[in-house]
Design a protein around this ligand. Structure first.
Ligand SMILES: [Zn+2]
Length: 464
């Protein structure tokens, strides 16, 4: 027993030393320098301003999407990245041309709506039909077959507000498959309360699907105040009919590009930290929060690291294509690199706006946790708490990576309380981004990526 105690006592200082050696004092000094640089620099703001003003909205496959790819490539080159390249991705190319809505009965008034992505159009004059309301998608699913013949199905589910955006998942079900369920019951169009927490009169778009063997019907979301209006009219006992007019087009398969840039590591260049966002956006706003911010802040974070010191492992910024239409760029990237996914020592995508980062979370193996704790310590001065759950999901573009392998995934949780006020609307514009918060985000990504690239221990994913 005494011998065992002596051994343990001898081990304790040793464990302390091992932990300390994950990073040299010089490396810790560099972390402090990169934090200061990022908090001081307005590079991420300049990039975001340029992307959202000089390119604007970036619907996959559009002329602007091409301009965005060219913009990103040029910016990376000018910022002095060691390698810059493009990789193609294909997706279903879709366009929105015009859209409008009107409440016809009981009293004629405007209806603020938007086509959901992938929606077919209506006849030129639109289509007019009575509205049948359901509180949830499940209520629509439970409706008797044929009960919605010549009707417009309306799902009135309201998304709840939360810092981590946990209201989005339950609400988005009605967007993904609502039109399929409505068509199964005979409806001639589908209309939903926007997946939104706002009071403004903008409708929120987003991707939606059809199913083989089920007829395709026009698929639309209406603004929250308009959903309230229809709800009031129906609850007062009125028969409500509306006119929906969507002019859209399915253009078949489109091609865009993931734009990739790397700061090459000095010691293990084949290993890399993957950070990034998605370059595309919806067509209604200018994609400032979703996801111009993620693009700009990860480009800037990698640049700041390079300005301080070359990292041991590479840092790769991946700007994914066609995320909004179904993660097409991400699927292409992780397929293209399928045999080399082990080279990814850490991955994090910023795709949740640009409010402050308040939490840092990993999804890594047990022996990677000392490195994670050391990173968390350096993030603490930025007011970022360490979330110990070790269950990070990363951003949406990391879903194909998580499905393919147990890679080390990280989340820098942004405060999403207000994110769904603007998400996928005409109101997602640069003025919604706070320059100081964007700097804090940039600093957080710079610290995380620098330390993940420099740690003595190579980070590995959770065991399956
Ligand atoms: Zn996004």
């Amino acid at each position: 027993m005494k011998k065992l105690l002596t051994t343990i006592c001898a081990l304790v200082p040793l464990i302390g030393t091992v932990k300390a050696q994950e990073f040299t004092p010089t490396q810790i000094q560099q972390v402090k320098q990169v934090t200061e640089l990022a908090l001081d620099s307005d590079l991420s703001w300049q990039l975001l301003e340029s992307l959202t003003s000089e390119v604007g909205p970036r619907l996959p496959g559009s002329e602007n999407d091409k301009k965005a790819v060219e913009w990103a490539k040029q910016q990376f080159e000018q910022l002095g990245f060691d390698k810059v390249w493009l990789e193609p991705a294909t997706f279903p190319n879709w366009r929105r041309y015009r859209e409008s809505g009107t409440i016809i009965t009981p009293s004629k008034q405007p209806l603020h709506l938007t086509a959901l992505g992938n929606s077919i159009g209506t006849p030129k004059e639109g289509l007019t039909a009575p509205v049948v309301m359901f509180e949830t998608l499940d209520e629509l699913i439970a409706a008797p077959k044929g009960s919605l013949e010549n009707k417009i199905a309306f799902v009135n589910y309201r998304m709840n507000r939360h810092i981590d955006g946990n209201g989005y998942g339950p609400a988005v079900r009605a967007r993904n498959t609502g039109a399929i369920e409505a068509a199964k019951k005979g409806a001639i169009a589908y209309m939903m309360r926007s997946v939104s927490t706002s009071h403004h009169r903008f409708a929120h778009t987003g991707n939606s699907r059809y199913k083989d063997g089920v007829s395709k019907i026009p698929n639309t979301a209406i603004a929250n105040p308009d959903a309230d209006q229809i709800e009031r009219l129906l609850n007062a006992g009125h028969a409500v009919s509306v006119n929906i007019n969507l002019q859209t087009e399915d253009l078949g398969e489109g091609t865009s590009y993931n734009v990739i840039a790397e700061i090459t590591g000095s010691d293990a260049p084949q290993q890399y930290v993957l950070i990034g966002g998605h370059l595309d956006s919806w067509d209604l706003g200018t994609g400032a929060l979703d996801d111009g911010a993620g693009v700009a802040l990860t480009m800037a974070a990698a640049t700041h690291i390079k300005q301080i010191a070359r990292p041991k492992r590479s840092i790769r910024v991946v700007l994914f294509a066609a995320e909004e239409l179904g993660l097409w760029g991400a699927k292409a990237y992780f397929k293209q690199h399928a045999d080399k996914l082990d080279n990814i020592v850490a991955a994090a995508e910023s795709d949740f706006g640009a409010d402050v980062v308040y939490g840092f979370e990993s999804s890594v193996s047990a022996n990677s946790l000392p490195v994670v704790r050391a990173i968390a310590e350096q993030l603490a001065p930025l007011d970022i708490k360490y979330v110990r759950a070790n269950n990070a999901h990363g951003g949406p573009d990391l879903i194909p990576l998580r499905q393919a392998t147990n890679a080390p995934i990280f989340a820098l949780h942004q405060d999403g309380t207000d994110y769904f006020d603007y998400h996928h609307t005409a109101d997602d514009t640069l003025d919604k981004v706070d320059p100081d918060k964007l700097k804090q985000n940039t600093a957080a990504y710079a610290v995380f990526a620098m330390m993940a690239a420099n740690a003595k221990t190579t980070l590995t994913g959770k065991n399956p």
